[in-house]
Design a protein around this ligand. Structure first.
Ligand SMILES: [Zn+2]
Length: 108
């Protein structure tokens, strides 16, 4: 690989990372703008917060649906019934990579 090939490959990688960063910024800005719709006089509840987090990629629905509580600290353990678990009707959300620094940004 020539120096120019390496330079061009590095530029491509930088461009890909910048695109990924912009996508994350867009997601976070979208989430912030959705929440700010409640400012200064709104009333945001937990369901609206969760819906916005899902819409902008901060939370992800576990698939397949859990058939038992994910763990004692998971919200599904508290909110879902045994019947909902056995019917596969539990909607359990987990933190997306965006909340943990974004998986695109881990150095290889
Ligand atoms: Zn769960």
């Amino acid at each position: 690989m020539t120096y120019l090939d390496k330079f061009n490959a590095d530029c491509d990688l930088i461009g890909e990372r910048m695109d990924a960063m912009q996508a994350e910024i867009d997601q976070l800005r979208g989430f912030a703008l959705r929440l700010m719709e409640s400012w200064p006089c709104g009333d945001l509840d937990g369901g609206e917060l969760q819906d916005a987090a899902v819409a902008f990629g901060l939370l992800e629905l576990r698939t397949p649906a859990p058939t038992e509580p994910c763990g004692e600290n998971c919200g599904c353990a508290e909110y879902a019934s045994a019947e909902e678990f056995s019917a596969g009707e539990v909607r359990c959300f987990t933190r997306a990579a965006l909340l943990d620094g974004g998986k695109q940004w881990k150095r290889h």
